[in-house]
Write a protein that binds this ligand. Structure first.
Ligand code: B12
Ligand code: SF4
Length: 489
């Protein structure tokens, strides 16, 4: 769930528009806008539906599960199709553990239309591309993956109909200018990696002008380009800025850009007066980490990019996002990242986001931990998995005391930034709630241990010689120690 309600969920709005254009009647329930998982207010509208669709990421999968159980109760005979990144990755698991009937893997534009036709006509779904479904014999069947939508076709699908948006709910509108990403960063979970498909510049600008009249319905009047990396081909991005300027169109854009792209001549220059806010995935403050991530950038490029933003007066609208606690990181690397980020802010005035590494399914790093038996898809069924100590610590492998050290370091940095920016938070950071809950300061500040107290009561008056515990090695699967089974081998 997008608690901030940044922009409408583009995929769902676009699929609704595609179905309507094909002549289907659609009831769109936007639970992000409602900040709710309660379908009851929509029960009347849903009566008569022949197919219910639910979209989910791993973050919203617990909400989707709640919704699925309500649909099952309200419309017991109606088939349910799931889509979105989480069901795409775990099609079999979600079908086996939820009341859903089908999963569309990957892009929904064509598959959902075909599925609707099959369901409406009572035909077999065996030819619906990318569909996973339960056959009458109970077996789960995976139809072959559908062909990817190509560049030319991407811009041919109807745009979301934002005219029915509740006023003042979302910060801005959403629009897509490209799909996928040419890179495959080790921590990233986005769907179409190593494959980037742009909508041609002219076509994208035409589409932008269609959605912009609905901006007065938003809180901030911003337009969010929801691409993974808007400037993946900087030449095309520059062309877009030229077209916008030539036509006198002035959107207030929110987007993501790679640092290297910012160095492309004309890009920052062209975007400067169109930019509301943008995110640069800086990730690491040391080159070895950047190499392991695989984004093709270096600390030098990050510095040059920040310098260029300062030169064109938009560094304060840039959020440089860094990841703390990547699985290979010790305190040395985390300190290096914080120091580097602090330097970028001090020198060029960019905002800094310091985010803890999270075990989000779909990335290469997550897959490695799944293979090692540390994580699995079943850990994302319930709410609050990011407050889950186990999931958090299988990702970030520093000691509880070191989290407090990081927090102190960041607090010092935040205090320093307040001198220049008293009214604006220039360094975003959150202490991990799992650590705060299970290793609160009261526990951290004392060296008492239960074992010491037991020794004391068992041998009063004797000197206490309890050695420090050895830290747990989280790089190996955590389970029942093998020695418990020695007798059975
Ligand atoms: C825009 C965006 C956001 C916006 C969301 C705004 C909104 N209200 O929608 C904001 C900025 C709020 C956001 C926040 C976060 N995000 Co985000 N976000 C994206 C992004 C870049 C685009 C989403 C989008 O609109 N895609 C375009 C549409 C067309 O694609 P789609 O939604 O997948 O839909 C298609 C198919 O999946 C399918 N489909 C979808 N739904 C359905 C339903 C049915 C019934 C059917 C048949 C088909 C179907 O058909 C659609 C058309 O082909 C994606 C990456 C991406 N490219 O998708 C990351 C992504 C979804 N986010 C991600 C993450 C991790 C986060 C954050 C945790 C980031 C952070 N560290 O804070 C937060 C979490 C917020 C939360 N609590 O949920 C991950 C999720 C990974 C996962 N395993 O779930 C992604 C994949 C990015 C990544 N690089 O890993 N995000
Ligand atoms: S982090 Fe950005 S550049 Fe890297 S794969 Fe993900 S979307 Fe692409």
């Amino acid at each position: 769930m997008d608690a901030e309600r940044e922009c409408p969920p583009y995929g769902i709005y676009m699929l609704a528009a595609a179905l309507r254009t094909a002549g289907h009647e659609v009831v769109l329930v936007d639970l992000i806008a409602e900040q709710s998982v309660d379908l009851t207010p929509h029960e009347g509208d849903l009566k008569g539906c022949e197919l219910v669709g639910v979209g989910a990421t791993s973050l919203s999968w617990p909400s989707a599960r709640v919704v699925l159980h309500q649909v099952e109760r309200m419309l017991p005979a109606v088939p349910v199709v799931l889509g979105g990144i989480h069901p795409t990755m775990f099609d079999r698991y979600v079908l086996e553990t939820s009341p859903a009937t089908y999963v569309v893997r990957g892009e929904g534009e064509r598959a959902l239309l075909q599925l609707c036709e099959c369901v409406g006509a009572g035909k077999s779904v065996a030819d619906v591309p990318g569909l996973t479904w339960r056959a009458p014999d109970g077996n789960i069947v995976r139809n072959p993956a559908s062909a990817k939508i190509d560049n030319e076709d991407l811009g041919s699908f109807p745009l979301p109909d934002y005219s029915a948006l509740a006023p003042g709910v979302y910060k801005g509108l959403a629009i897509e200018s490209s799909r996928g990403c040419a890179f495959d960063c080790s921590f990233c979970s986005t769907s179409y990696r190593r494959s980037w498909r742009p909508i041609p510049a002219e076509e994208f600008v035409d589409r932008l002008t269609v959605v912009m009249p609905h901006l007065p319905l938003t809180r901030f009047g911003s337009t969010h380009i929801i691409d993974d990396e808007f400037s993946m081909n900087p030449r095309r991005a520059v062309r877009i800025t030229e077209l916008l300027h030539d036509r006198g169109i002035e959107p207030w854009l929110v987007y993501d850009s790679r640092a290297n792209d910012l160095l492309f001549p004309g890009y920052v220059e062209g975007m400067a007066d169109l930019t509301c806010q943008f995110l640069v995935g800086a990730e690491c403050g040391y080159d070895d980490g950047l190499k392991r991530i695989g984004k093709g950038t270096t600390t030098e490029k990050l510095r040059l990019a920040a310098a260029k933003l300062a030169k064109f007066g938009i560094s304060e609208r840039a959020d440089f996002s860094f990841i703390l606690g990547l699985p290979w990181e010790s305190m040395d690397e985390i300190r290096a990242t914080i120091r580097f980020a602090a330097g970028l802010h001090a020198e060029f005035g960019v905002r800094i986001l310091l985010q803890w590494y999270l075990q989000i399914p779909g990335s290469r790093l997550w897959e490695a931990d799944r293979s090692a038996g540390l994580v699995s898809e079943a850990m994302y069924d319930d709410f609050g998995f990011f407050r889950n100590l186990y999931l958090f610590r299988t990702g970030v492998r520093i000691t509880p005391g070191e989290f407090y050290e990081v927090a102190d370091m960041v607090e010092g940095l935040q205090r320093a930034t307040r001198i220049r920016y008293p009214d604006r938070r220039m360094v975003e950071f959150a202490f991990p709630s799992a650590i705060a809950t299970y290793f609160p300061p009261g526990v951290m500040n004392t060296h008492d241990s239960g074992l010491v107290r037991l020794r004391e009561v068992s041998r009063p008056g004797k000197p206490l010689t309890v050695s420090e515990p050895t830290p747990v090695d989280l790089s190996v699967p955590v389970g029942v120690p093998r020695r418990h089974f020695v007798g059975y081998q």
